[in-house]
Design a protein around this ligand. Structure first.
Ligand code: ARG
Length: 602
């Protein structure tokens, strides 16, 4: 469609004889294929010319000529419509050519995506899935669109909560059981799979918070331990390092399962020794002022943020925000980035407003480069989750439950399926990840099992099923068709563009003249816009919805246009199989950008 876009813009531009600039000619995608393939909304142009949009559309319809395309005015829109054969050739041509290599131009922008960022010694909850998968989709999509991407995981491995953990460990675990690593004292019923060091630490953390409410002294105990840690006390450091290590092992297991990876795991502790330089720079530029109780703060009212950013507490201790300031300065010098996107929950909106405003005051370089993409919290029907209180849903339980439910369905419907367990894993995780993406990023999600696991309707498995069904047709067709939807070389977590080989265009497009085939072609043509929307909106919702639209359109095509029917001519059969190939490639690529795998059979 790219060549038609260009000729459309060029033709309108030349008819306007310089009265409109090229950037005022922005094309859209019409709502349905009956209206055409590309639309030029005339509102802005009409305003610039002092006429009304519908009149301008009519006038342009008469004077703009584009070979092989029809132009028509429809109210304030000028629509370009391709004939059925031309549309088929254009869309199939795009999907059947060899996929572009992942090369980055020298002048490509550098985008940092910071996501997941879990806290050490806490378990992955369903809430972490949001940051992890939104960030993962943003990283892949930006890479797909040619940006240079750095995937950062700002692990929460520093802060007063480690004082709590150390105190809890010393109080109970060590005395109960000096070798926590080997042999745990489990509090309560703990399922086998949960018997990990990380879970034991989590239990200790929850218990401490529970008991601390009745015993004030425990707070001082925790504070004292954090002091020791900050001062570099050997025992505190050794335990902290061990807490960190067992946590990372558990996190990695989840990342492997989700197919997520990072370029950097430099967490908050990494910025410990980098804060002094930042504080000094702030001090030298005169930004630090005396706040309540001797704290050092930056006032931000003049830049629209009412509450100041605290840099040092009254006792001289640094805080979470201090580490973020240091991290941003470090990233500036390390990556010289164009944009840094923080995928963090909406409960931290104020925090990022403060940090970004403070950075902008310190160094104007930061202005316009920093972006927080908040997302709504996952709520339980009974209220907000809290690790302290222990009422959380663990991500792993959600994934396991989803996989088990899918497996039960497979056992019932397709018990002879090869690699049942692998397929169930792809579908179960796909269901959870897709559910998450279908929810608007900013609104809170209320988590209920039924809504996550539902396998019909606008779900991941529905889209995955369309892909598997196409693969089954291609397998039956024989003659190497199935090969055309398989990547030509290995795909790893680093891959953004799935490598597909060049495939032949059908010789004749008559088999694709039916409206159902044309609708599918129209939806396929919209995939690129949906991918661009992920980048623009910083969430995968538009892509998820569009993949459902493609899967629906495929279903219509499959019902109305027999593919392997023996009465089809070879030409009709070939054209329809090519459309199947294009659709499978589109679905697989789209799902992949969301972090979801597409099985060939299910
Ligand atoms: N670890 C934090 C949490 O779990 C999120 C970190 C977000 N990133 C940042 N640069 N502050 O709440």
């Amino acid at each position: 469609m790219e060549q038609f876009k260009n000729s459309f813009v060029a033709a309108v531009y030349s008819v306007m004889e310089g009265r409109l600039s090229a950037h005022e000619i922005l094309l859209e995608r019409p709502k349905s294929q009956e209206m055409g393939d590309l639309a030029f909304p005339c509102f802005r142009a009409a305003k610039a010319l002092g006429t009304n949009p519908a009149q301008l559309a009519c006038q342009l319809a008469q004077s703009v000529v584009i070979p092989n395309a029809e132009l028509a005015a429809s109210g304030p829109y000028l629509n370009l419509k391709l004939g059925p054969a031309n549309r088929a050739k254009t869309v199939l041509g795009h999907f059947l050519k060899k996929s572009g290599a992942e090369t980055v131009n020298d002048d490509a922008q550098t985008i940092l995506v910071e996501y997941s960022s879990p806290n050490i010694a806490k378990l992955f909850t369903i809430g972490h899935l949001r940051s992890t998968m939104i960030g993962h989709a943003l990283a892949r999509t930006n890479k797909y669109l040619g940006k240079r991407v750095q995937r950062l995981n700002h692990i929460g491995d520093w802060g007063t909560q480690f004082g709590t953990l150390l105190a809890a460990y010393k109080r109970w675990a060590e005395t109960d059981n000096p070798k926590l690593e080997k042999d745990f004292q489990w509090a309560g019923e703990v399922p086998e799979k949960r018997r990990t060091p990380l879970f034991r630490l989590f239990q200790l953390y929850v218990r401490f918070h529970h008991e601390e409410e009745k015993n004030e002294d425990m707070r001082d105990e925790a504070r004292a331990w954090f002091k020791r840690l900050e001062k570099g006390d050997q025992e505190a450091r050794r335990l902290w390092a061990w807490f960190r290590e067992v946590s990372l092992v558990e996190f990695q297991r989840i990342y492997d399962r989700l197919g997520v990876s990072f370029d950097s795991l430099d967490g908050e502790s990494f910025f410990e020794d980098k804060m002094a330089a930042t504080i000094e720079a702030l001090e030298n530029s005169g930004l630090l002022e005396e706040g309540e109780g001797g704290a050092r703060i930056i006032r931000l009212e003049d830049v629209g943020v009412q509450t100041p950013c605290i840099v040092l507490k009254g006792d001289g201790a640094s805080i979470y925000a201090t580490r973020d300031l240091a991290a941003a300065s470090y990233r500036k010098s390390r990556y010289n980035f164009d944009k840094c996107v923080y995928v963090v929950g909406s409960d931290q909106v104020l925090h990022f407003q403060q940090v970004f405003a403070a950075l902008g005051k310190l160094d104007t370089w930061f202005l316009g480069r920093m972006l927080h993409t908040p997302f709504g919290m996952v709520k339980l029907p009974e209220g907000k989750m809290s690790t302290r209180k222990g009422n959380v849903i663990f991500l792993e339980d959600v994934l396991d439950e989803a996989v088990n439910r899918v497996l039960a369905i497979i056992e019932e419907k397709n018990p002879d399926l090869a690699n049942k367990h692998d397929v169930a894993e792809m579908l179960g995780i796909g269901a959870v990840v897709f559910f998450d993406a279908m929810n608007d990023r900013v609104k809170p999600i209320t988590f209920t099992w039924d809504r996550v696991i539902a396998l019909d309707g606008d779900t991941g498995p529905y889209v995955q099923y369309a892909h598997a069904r196409i693969c089954s047709v291609l397998r039956k067709a024989g003659g190497g068709w199935i090969e055309q939807v398989r990547p030509t070389c290995g795909v790893s977590a680093e891959t953004a563009i799935i490598p597909f080989a060049e495939a032949d265009l059908p010789e004749d497009m008559d088999g694709l003249a039916e409206p159902a085939a044309q609708s599918l072609l129209f939806e396929l043509a919209g995939l690129h816009d949906a991918i661009c929307a992920v980048q623009r909106e910083n969430m995968a919702t538009a892509l998820a919805r569009h993949l459902v639209a493609i899967a629906r359109a495929f279903s219509g095509f499959y019902t109305n246009c027999p593919i392997l029917w023996e009465e089809n001519t070879a030409l009709v059969r070939g054209a329809r199989l090519s459309l199947c190939v294009a659709t499978a490639r589109a679905l697989r690529q789209g799902l992949w950008l969301m972090g979801i795998k597409a099985p060939e059979e299910m």
